[in-house]
Write a protein that binds this ligand. Structure first.
Ligand code: PMP
Length: 363
């Protein structure tokens, strides 16, 4: 495993001395279903509108720090004032800023693994203690009572709905109970919510709970992982903090222009989202039947499926090396032994995954 040079271990802040240099571990492949991106072509009318917006954007001026035009459009979509929205350079920046601003030394983040590993990583950067309440090892459902019991002692809580990498929802009624139980702030990470059944979002709880934060991104359903645009919805005084700690120009002019055009055209993306949902169900059934049940697959409300099979790590490597298909290996992650996460791709990509898995699991 790569590590910092001895000199750097001495020079970085002590809590960062064991940090590893970033290893993108990226192999170019014919089919990349490893990062939960949207692999469908963008609707051409939406892409044209984005291209026109980009072409009309002057590059010589600094961006509007708070992206007001974009926030107004997001606000019109979600039915909130711009004072209840902060944008960021992807959801990742907002997650980091959340933990940085409201965590820190002496503070505790409540995390419900297996979940998105960045939460614990960002907590370690921000010297925030992590209290883990593990999900059920078989179903990956939250242990609701244990979460409610732990919440009063925690400063910040993150629950992920649908959860990455397990794909299941957190019932929004439970989010309300969690907000009531937590004296600090509760974030619901809804990065994948557009792929879920209608009515699953915690959005309707925002007015009743002024300690609730909902995280969204254009990286998944809206196929714009490359532009880096995430946003949070929350009470105005929470948004003030997000606005105060952020790098003021982290959302550049091209991102603001592209995001604004995409959000205006959001209805054009609905058929793509429907297609991903239909393909997800087709893949779920097909994977459940593969190799006479040699593989476990969990139902998902997101754009990926978690599967378990013996020898998962080797299967992942052979998918990459023999079929040029990249999926995500979680087989060494705690609680996810022998698990792979497969993003839902186009019908052709999904067929290629099925054919490759059938071949590999038969051999
Ligand atoms: N939350 C979850 C659960 C995610 O899986 C991701 C992306 N992998 C993000 C947030 C952040 O996405 P982005 O930075 O691309 O907006």
């Amino acid at each position: 495993m790569a590590e910092l040079s001895e000199r750097m271990r001495r020079l970085v802040q002590p809590h960062l001395s064991t940090i590893e240099p970033y290893d993108p571990n990226f192999t170019p492949t014919r089919i990349n279903l490893s990062a939960n991106e949207n692999t469908y072509p963008m609707p051409s009318a939406a892409r044209d509108a984005i291209d026109r917006a980009l072409a009309a954007t002057p590059l010589n001026r600094y961006p509007d720090p708070m992206s007001n035009e974009l926030r107004d459009e997001l606000g019109a979509w979600h039915g909130v004032e711009r004072s209840r929205i902060c944008v960021g350079n992807g959801g990742d920046e907002l997650l980091f800023n959340f933990i940085y601003a409201f965590g820190g030394p002496g503070r505790t983040l409540l995390d419900c693994p297996p979940s998105f590993s960045e939460y614990a990583f960002f907590a370690s950067l921000a010297q925030t203690e992590v209290r883990q309440v593990w999900r059920d090892p078989e179903t990956f459902e939250l242990d609701q009572q244990a979460v409610l019991d732990a919440a009063p002692d925690c400063d910040i809580v993150i629950v992920t709905s649908p959860n990455n990498p397990t794909g299941n929802l957190v019932p929004f009624e439970f989010v309300g109970r969690l907000c009531a139980a937590c004296p600090g702030l509760v974030m619901v990470d809804e990065a994948y919510m557009e792929f879920a059944d209608a009515g699953a979002s915690a959005r309707s709880l925002l007015d009743a709970h002024d300690n609730l934060i909902i995280l969204h991104t254009l990286s998944k359903a809206f196929g714009e992982a490359g532009i880096r645009l995430g946003y949070v919805l929350a009470a105005p005084d929470i948004i003030d903090v997000f606005g105060a700690v952020r790098q003021i120009y982290s959302v550049n002019v091209l991102t603001q222009a592209a995001a604004l055009a995409a959000v205006r055209d959001r209805a054009l993306f609905l058929p793509v989202i429907d297609r991903v949902r239909a393909e997800r169900e087709r893949m779920f059934s097909a994977l459940a039947e593969i190799a006479g049940g040699a593989l476990t697959v969990w139902p998902s409300q997101a754009n990926f499926l978690l599967v378990r099979m013996s020898g998962a790590s080797e299967v992942r490597q052979r998918l990459r090396d023999e079929f040029s298909i990249l999926v995500r290996d979680f087989s060494h992650a705690p609680g996810l032994q022998d698990c792979l996460r497969i993003t839902i791709g186009t019908p052709e990509e999904n067929d290629a995954v099925l054919a490759a898995l059938r071949a590999l699991l038969a051999s």
